[in-house]
Design a protein around this ligand. Structure first.
Ligand code: F6P
Length: 493
């Protein structure tokens, strides 16, 4: 079993003379003003959930956009803050963006072009020249900051996600000796879909400047290889999953991302979680109802309206469950300046209001909506209270909410319902699979989950816990590190 310590040993023994640098758009800790106080918030991001334990284990520097209102107030003169705040283990270097840069690079090209392009969720991508220029400019800015951090030291730069597709190229242009690896957290579509991006060639060139490029599942890495094969002059070696182009080689492989199983499992056992469960029950007047739980960033890829419609259908078909089952939706917003996200917020609010109006009686209502600022402690309590957890993404690279739920259930109870269009559905063999587009099927699956006996719940949960325990976040990081080592041994010392 891979652990925090085994990863530490591997990195220390093999990369001792290298600086370890993670670069992402989203930062792991955001400082916000709350009245006249500063609070530190952990953003809703699978990338952060996965990478923070890795950085705590390995140390190093994480470079990311400083997006919080108080971020500038807590950094030193080099724009560094040590994190986690309560027990610092690594450096967070903040990159400052102007409103125009954030608008074009983050809201515009990253989230109105690449995000909908890569997710089959039927939201049309829009390609805007000004956004593209901002995307280039900000990727250059991240490369400059990364180069400053590295100086003339040997470094391993680990780039995260689709906001930074051009960064590897800008890094290699400055310093061809630096090892650059990138992990693409979201799906990669087939070549036909990718073709519509007017700048696909430049994006692919950026990604092929990596020594190693990782995807969540084999299907996405295969899609990527087919895309470069169709679009660029290059040689794809289908045996070794390597792309050779202009004297450079990129290895393209799948590394399913995961969570810190041990930590989540042991945190979940703590007495303070048990106390919080009692507090949550009192707050929402839960007196023995079966709890269904969903936790999402409010995003059109997560299938929230589809899930709500299936819950409505469930109560319609099985009214005997009225007053006996309550669904809790925990949600966090991001990207709210984008029209499609604002419309989604309104749609979710309306559906919740409509379903609660239709079915509530006395002080009982079928849906509890916790929008924004739900603490990690409350989330831990809800995970333990839940008989079922529903993940209904229309398309999702992995979905770590599912793995966190499994990791937290040390009592080996609880049913996971998961969409087949998530990476996680391929690994979690004890889950019930339900297509979010098929409202009736999903409603039936809810019933099946609720009526499942304890013996079967245990068997399924045990199986999933073994899967997540074995394939934990340290295994993911070690697999990537070992692959880089193999590549590096073929390079000059
Ligand atoms: O996992 C995909 C991802 O887009 C990450 O890159 C990102 O941090 C997370 O989802 C949340 O999105 P955002 O950072 O845009 O709020």
């Amino acid at each position: 079993m891979k652990t925090r310590l085994s990863l530490q040993d591997l990195v220390k023994s093999k990369f001792e003379d290298h600086l370890f640098v993670v670069v992402s758009n989203r930062e792991p800790y955001v400082h916000e003003w709350a009245g006249d106080k500063i609070k530190c918030v952990i953003p809703a991001s699978g990338l952060v959930t996965a990478l923070d334990p890795v950085m705590i284990s390995c140390g190093g520097t994480w470079i990311a956009h400083g997006s919080g209102s108080a971020d500038r107030d807590v950094v030193d003169e080099h724009d560094i803050v040590q994190v986690p705040p309560e027990n610092p283990r690594y450096r967070l270097r903040r990159v400052w963006l102007t409103k125009e840069e954030e608008n074009g690079y983050y809201y515009g090209f990253s989230n109105e072009a690449i995000w909908p392009l890569c997710h089959v969720a039927y939201t049309r991508p829009s390609f805007n020249q000004t956004d593209w220029e901002a995307y280039r400019q900000v990727n250059r800015k991240f490369a400059e900051v990364t180069a400053q951090e590295i100086g003339d030291r040997k470094a391993l730069v680990f780039v995260q996600d689709y906001q930074l597709a051009l960064l590897p190229r800008y890094m290699k242009e400055r310093n061809p000796d630096v090892i650059v690896a990138q992990f693409w957290h979201i799906p990669w579509p087939n070549p036909e879909v990718m073709r519509i991006c007017p700048w696909q060639e430049e994006i692919l060139q950026g990604l092929l400047s990596n020594d190693l490029l990782g995807f969540q599942i084999r299907y996405y890495s295969d899609n990527f290889l087919h895309t470069v094969n169709a679009c660029l002059e290059c040689m794809v070696d289908w045996e070794t999953n390597e792309v050779h182009r202009q004297g450079m080689k990129t290895t393209v492989q799948a590394f399913p991302i995961s969570v810190d199983f041990e930590n989540i499992s042991s945190e979940s056992r703590q007495a303070r979680v048990t106390h919080e469960m009692e507090r949550v029950r009192r707050q929402f007047g839960l007196t023995g109802e079966i709890v269904g739980l969903s936790i999402d960033r409010i995003d059109y890829t997560k299938g929230m309206p589809d899930r709500l419609r299936s819950i409505e259908r469930f109560f319609e078909k099985y009214p005997e469950y009225l007053r006996r089952v309550v669904f809790v939706q925990v949600a966090a917003s991001s990207r709210i300046h984008i029209g499609s996200y604002r419309r989604l917020h309104a749609e979710v609010d309306n559906l919740i209001e409509k379903i609660n109006w239709r079915y509530s009686s006395g002080n009982w209502k079928p849906l509890v909506y916790l929008r924004e600022n739900t603490s990690q402690l409350t989330i831990a309590a809800l995970r333990r209270m839940a008989r079922l957890c529903m993940v209904s993404s229309l398309h999702d690279g992995m979905n770590l909410v599912a793995k966190e739920f499994v990791a937290s259930r040390f009592d080996e109870d609880g049913v996971l319902i998961i969409s087949p269009f998530t990476g996680a559905a391929r690994e979690l063999t004890g889950a019930l699979i339900a297509n979010p587009y098929a409202t009736d099927q999903m409603a039936e699956t809810i019933r099946e989950a609720i009526e499942m006996n304890i013996k079967e719940r245990r068997t399924r949960m045990r199986r999933m816990r073994a899967e997540v325990e074995e394939n934990n976040i340290y295994k993911w990081a070690e697999d990537i590190t070992s692959t880089i080592l193999k590549l590096d041994s073929g390079r000059s010392p």
